[in-house]
Design a protein around this ligand. Structure first.
Ligand code: PLP
Length: 405
């Protein structure tokens, strides 16, 4: 009789967003007349920019003619897209990344979940707390995280780096040395960022201790301040210690069309001199048959002059929402952070409420859905996340309701 992977049995509860979905559906069923506004899940609401749509149409037409039809894409992605990424996301920022260090994928969720496969099961991971849940859960599925403690909500073999108001929501170098360090800036869920000298400290630490940093830059397009790095490769020495993940989901609205990439530098080697670039290429080629041609053409259009202008306008639209949420909450007496270099606003639940208590309170009294901070880790308890990805009209209405509470 077959048995399932026992690591899956150790996973805690259900996925955060399915729990939220169930609660919201139950509320809707009991209150069919209520107009619910969701500022919960980090999904975009604006349609794809015209330059991207034009490129999609053109690519679809190419698929209709034998001469221009495309079958399987190259494993690492089409060169036209990888060159555009190398030029715009790296060379333009003073980072020298070769196109064979870029691996096109169908998004950063898969990459951030899959990348752990190329590391030893005995490697120890360090994560920020609170954290994007995929990093820990996928390491747990692989059996790298030890035993889960239901009381503390912590895994025995994970190094947690608390990010709270006291440290400006920025992790401190851990006492115990990890092998794999997950960093995400601008951060989901807190919306916090770190400046270049701080990130340089992490790079120096990783190079000194022989750790690898997995740097999730999915929200880099939202950076508005000058001294906040857009890529870890702006830091000296990052190519010998860091993998970077990025996504077209938030910078250009590809959550439904799916596109992302990972950068695995050739200079990145394990302690025995094995190349991670070669290993990831092997893994990619074995388990992935490429992102669709039409979507990669759409991705290329993000880097056209028109594409850049139009996606910048979309980001400005969301960041205007972020400002409305942040200022509105402050006026209503909340303690808030984030929302300056990220589309997430992180607030303290009022009156000593837990994150879930505030979730229920907000749903019942303002019919607004947000995300409980505790769902991202124990240090998120007492905090709450609102996203700027709603429409302008819904954002205004949600804040009006919150102010009236
Ligand atoms: N990384 C972070 C930190 C995220 O918040 C998200 C999505 O919310 C992703 C990755 C997933 O991106 P993608 O849509 O490319 O899979």
């Amino acid at each position: 009789m077959f048995k399932i992977n026992e690591n899956y049995l150790k996973l805690p509860g259900s996925y955060l967003f399915s729990t939220i979905g169930k609660k919201v559906n139950a509320y809707k069923e009991a209150n069919p007349d209520k107009e619910i506004i969701s500022l919960g899940i980090g999904d975009v609401t604006q349609p794809l920019a015209p330059a991207i749509i034009d490129s999609l149409h053109k690519a679809v037409d190419e698929m209709a003619a034998r001469e221009t039809f495309h079958g399987y894409a190259p494993d690492l992605g089409y060169e036209f897209l990888r060159s555009a990424i190398a030029k715009n996301d790296y060379a333009a920022r003073g980072a020298d990344i070769a196109i064979d260090e870029i691996f096109v994928s169908d998004g950063a969720k898969c990459d951030s979940g899959n990348i752990q496969e190329i590391f030893s099961i005995n490697n120890k991971i360090a994560v920020c707390d609170p954290v994007y849940p995929v990093y820990v859960d996928t390491n747990a599925m692989a059996g790298r995280t030890g035993i889960y403690n239901k009381e503390t909500e912590l895994w025995s073999d994970v190094i947690y780096m608390p990010c709270k108001a006291e440290n400006g929501f920025a992790p401190e170098l851990p006492e115990e040395t990890p092998d794999i360090i997950y960093l995400c800036f601008p951060n989901n869920p807190t919306g916090a960022t770190i400046k270049k000298p701080q990130l340089q400290e992490w790079v120096d630490y990783a190079n000194k201790t022989g750790a690898v940093i997995i740097y999730d830059a999915a929200y880099e397009a939202y950076i508005s301040e000058e001294d906040v790095p857009h890529t870890i490769y702006e830091c000296e020495g990052a190519k010998t210690c860091a993998i970077e993940l990025n996504s077209f989901s938030k910078n250009a609205g590809f959550t439904g069309t799916r596109l992302g990439y990972a950068v695995v530098p050739k200079a990145l080697k394990d302690s025995d001199g094995n190349s991670l670039n070669a290993l990831w290429a092997r893994r990619h080629g074995t388990k992935f048959n490429g992102a669709p041609y039409i979507i990669q053409r759409a991705g290329e259009a993000v880097y056209s002059e028109e594409g850049k202008k139009q996606t910048k306008e979309q980001i400005a639209y969301y960041m205007n929402n972020a400002g409305i949420i942040k200022e509105g909450l402050k006026e209503a007496g909340f303690t808030v952070s984030g929302g300056v270099n990220a589309p997430y606003i992180w607030l303290t639940a009022p009156d000593g409420m837990t994150s879930w208590e505030f979730f229920d309170y907000l749903l019942a009294n303002a019919n607004v859905v947000g995300t409980p901070g505790s769902g991202f880790g124990p240090s998120g308890e007492g905090y709450f996340r609102l996203t700027a990805f709603g429409t302008y009209e819904n954002t205004i209405e949600a804040l009006k309701r919150i102010k009236e509470l």
